[in-house]
Design a protein. Structure first.
Length: 187
């Protein structure tokens, strides 16, 4: 019997040092990321799971937050199913950068599925009111989590992926038939 799998591409954007890699590492492995180093260009994680009897191959793209990489970031989110824009709740500058990234993505994509993630929820949240107002006015979801202690990471990803499956269920979801992948040859 052929097993049908859906591919789900998630791209993570945000200012440098807001914890994008730490969030993805925590989600994929369940462990704290103990050797934080700035991402150069982009890195890639994979995770398989089943949501509502749908088998998912999740591709998680971790983009660099440094300004010098801004010009290449659009090539990563171009065909994304979900775009997560991360800010640190203890840093207003990172939230301002997140707002700029939301506007940039909206200018380049038609109806992107954007979710704001406030990382470092274990610290004092100095942007909560303005962040929630922006999310409400823009029509995007917003969640708070902590990659450092793992608080709500699994729960938040579960909610986001489930919502994306509902939203994108009948759109151009990329399907892969498992047994046919092995048969395909180049040329």
């Amino acid at each position: 019997m052929l097993q049908v799998e859906h591919e789900l591409k998630i791209v993570v954007l945000g200012e440098a040092s807001v914890g994008k890699t730490s969030i993805l590492h925590r989600y994929v492995t369940g462990n704290e990321y103990t050797c934080p180093v700035s991402t150069i260009n982009a890195s890639f994680f994979k995770k398989k799971l089943t949501v509502n009897n749908i088998h998912l191959n999740i591709q998680l793209w971790d983009t660099a937050g440094q300004e010098k990489f801004n010009s290449i970031t659009p090539m990563y989110y171009r065909n994304a199913d979900i775009i997560l824009i991360v800010f640190a709740v203890d840093c207003i500058h990172s939230f301002e950068r997140a707002v700029n990234q939301v506007n940039e993505v909206r200018s380049k994509l038609n109806k992107p599925f954007i979710v704001l993630l406030g990382n470092k929820s274990d610290l004092i949240n100095v942007v909560q009111n303005v962040a929630e107002e922006f999310a409400r006015d823009s029509g995007y979801g917003i969640y708070y989590l902590s990659a450092a202690n793992g608080d709500r990471v699994e729960e938040v990803f579960g909610k986001i992926i489930e919502e994306a499956c509902k939203t994108n269920g009948n759109s151009d979801q990329r399907l892969v038939v498992e047994s046919e992948k092995a048969k395909k040859k180049c040329c």
